[in-house]
Design a protein around this ligand. Structure first.
Ligand code: 1GP
Length: 243
């Protein structure tokens, strides 16, 4: 089954994705986080980062694939993060911004490489949401996020993404965000699109994950909190599946 079908067919059931930033994990820590993902109910492993400063992506992917059968999805911060060792790639069009390069430019450059790869392509409307201090994703993408309280802008943006034929919507407060995306914004977007909805950024507790799920998120992504405390994988994975 394709990864997209796995996400889509399990709706309205929820999925839990662990985000691995290759810069943040040495070999031993990576082994521990993958073991924890194997032991908990982790559905997907996302790999990538807005800014990678070490050339660890290829090695990280090899180590993950050697240790788990959980599907591995690239969450690329740049075209340098395309790698055939993953199973799929989120082909992110940054629809919350007005930076032409992030909407279509990088995709044109990546297209022939993606076409020749075995990666499953997941066309994704990527929406950055204001979440407190400027995040790395906002700064690096040179875009203004959707204001935190402007649910109507988020709704119209997600609807436009769906009408354009994108297959997933990802609402992201940004890695390490002070505040996750609000339940109200998630609910309003959910009520106006039928696509699977991925939500991440600043989710640190099972309660926050449950709130996002009940508001309508289909996939919950957690990175930072797991880097700080491995035990939260099991707790948040459990909460997501019982939400
Ligand atoms: C960031 O949505 C992801 O792009 C995850 O964010 O690292 O804050 O969990 P965190």
């Amino acid at each position: 089954m394709s990864i997209y079908a796995k996400i889509h067919n399990s709706m309205p059931g929820k999925q839990f994705a662990v985000l691995i930033d290759p810069d943040k994990y040495g070999e031993k820590a990576l082994a521990s986080v993958i073991d924890a993902a194997n032991e908990s109910h982790t559905d997907l492993i996302f790999v990538g980062g807005s800014l990678l400063t070490y050339d660890h992506l290829d090695l990280t992917l090899s180590q993950i694939k050697a240790r788990t059968v959980i599907p591995v999805v690239l969450f690329p911060g740049s075209i340098l993060q395309i790698n055939n060792k993953a199973d799929a790639v989120l082909l992110l069009s940054l629809i919350s911004g007005r930076n032409a390069d992030m909407l279509i430019g990088k995709h044109v450059i990546a297209a022939p490489y993606l076409k020749n790869s075995d990666l499953e392509i997941l066309p994704t409307g990527y929406m950055l949401i204001e979440s407190g201090p400027v995040t790395t994703a906002q700064y690096i993408s040179n875009t203004i996020p959707i204001p935190r309280l402007k649910d109507d802008i988020a709704v119209c943006t997600a609807m436009a993404g769906e009408m354009l034929g994108l297959k997933l919507i990802y609402m992201d407060a940004g890695s390490g965000a002070e505040m996750p995306v609000s339940g109200s914004m998630i609910r309003n977007v959910r009520d106006n699109i039928t696509l699977p909805l991925i939500v991440g950024g600043g989710i640190r507790t099972p309660e926050q994950a449950v709130e996002s799920c009940r508001a309508g998120a289909d996939v919950i992504v957690v990175g930072n909190a797991i880097e700080k405390d491995l035990t939260c994988i099991g707790e948040i994975a459990g909460a997501v599946h019982f939400a």
